[in-house]
Design a protein around this ligand. Structure first.
Ligand code: ASP
Length: 345
């Protein structure tokens, strides 16, 4: 495996950059200087690693769309100077950020590898070093003079995932992420084994295009047996609401009650986009398979296929930001696999 020379390491925060506060015992961000002291190995990777610390470091629970814009802009501004990028990020919302960046960085042809850790960098058994050093190696890896993985990815424990397919699945295990509907892009053991048939390689050399228009007027409506008409209507009538992710049962099913159908129908007639996303971790929505999802079709609800909640929320924010009031265009792109985020068969 050949190595490219330059990787930009973007530190944004998360557990990987935290240490215990001696006074309270609570985890809080440390500064970049101390982080480097914990990880001197960065200098011996055989790759030129430059660091770009965000100021301040944040816990990823504080991530919001302006943070994604800043992150995407940082990659865009430094794109020509590096062969790959590693983003150190808290695990809690890493899948949202990786999904958002996959839409914001159009025509990406270099690796953007998100990683973090479950234990703070300063702790004895921390997973930080392995995650970070392998992420750097992957970001620098090339094959036939081209980047090995020109995608936005998440690397954690021993697996490289397509970022917009991931979900945080565990609060404690070192194997914290899963990609239920798409196979891994690589596995790290004694060697790093890449799986080229799962990796997307751009066909032509288009320049990177940055999209930073984001519309946050998106909501999630998760169904459960006993959900009331009042709850459903409250969500569908949020002022300025543009789109709703409807988290349904099984292969995309919902109650057949008439009030529910009417509430959805009236929302779609007001121009609100409703996407059907299954509550199951694996598998896809199949609209019309059961009578209970046929109603949704008739109410104007759109299939989310096998997309994750993280990917559909960020895809909606991106599409609504980018295409504004052109609801037909947004709907067309919701039925399009833009950057590997879903499978349409
Ligand atoms: N709360 C932390 C964060 O997401 C958790 C982590 O990094 O694992 O920033």
């Amino acid at each position: 495996m050949g190595k490219l020379n330059a990787v930009l390491l973007i530190f944004t925060g998360g557990t990987i950059s935290m240490a215990e506060d001696p006074a309270t015992g609570a985890l809080r961000p440390i500064d970049f200087q101390r982080l480097q002291e914990y990880m001197p190995e960065i200098r011996s990777t055989g790759v030129r690693v430059d660091c770009y610390p965000f100021d301040p470091f944040i816990d990823s629970s504080d991530v919001h769309p302006p943070f994604w814009c800043k992150l995407a802009q940082t990659i865009y501004d430094n794109y020509d100077n590096y062969d790959g990028f590693v983003v150190l990020h808290g695990t809690d919302t890493m899948s949202f950020s990786a999904s958002a960046l996959s839409f914001m960085l159009d025509n990406l042809s270099k690796p953007v590898i998100f990683t973090g850790s479950q234990l703070p960098v300063g702790m004895m058994r921390s997973d930080a070093k392995e995650n970070l050093l392998t992420a750097i190696e992957i970001a620098a890896a090339e094959y036939n003079g081209k980047p090995r993985v020109p995608e936005v990815c998440v690397f954690f424990e021993d697996t490289l995932f397509r970022g917009n397919r991931t979900t945080k699945k565990n609060t404690e295990h070192f194997s914290a992420f899963a990609s239920y509907n798409y196979p891994p892009l690589a596995k790290a053991g004694v060697h790093i084994k890449f799986f080229p048939s799962s990796i997307h390689y751009p066909e032509d050399d288009k320049p990177l295009k940055l999209h930073t228009m984001v519309d946050q007027n998106v909501a999630i409506l998760k169904l459960f047996p006993g959900i009331t008409e009042h709850t459903v209507n409250s969500i569908l009538n949020i002022p300025n609401l543009r789109a709703v992710v409807l988290e349904t049962f099984g292969s995309g099913n919902a109650p057949r009650r008439i009030w529910f159908y009417k509430a959805l129908k009236s929302a779609t007639e007001r121009g609100i986009i409703i996407v059907n996303k299954t509550q199951c971790s694996s598998g896809a929505v199949e609209m019309g398979r059961y009578e209970t999802s046929l109603n949704l079709l008739n109410a104007g609800v759109i299939s989310g296929y096998d997309i994750t909640t993280e990917a559909i929320v960020t895809k909606l924010m991106y599409l609504l930001g980018e295409y504004g009031d052109n609801v037909d265009k947004v709907k067309e792109l919701l039925n399009t696999n833009i950057c590997g985020e879903m499978t349409i068969e």
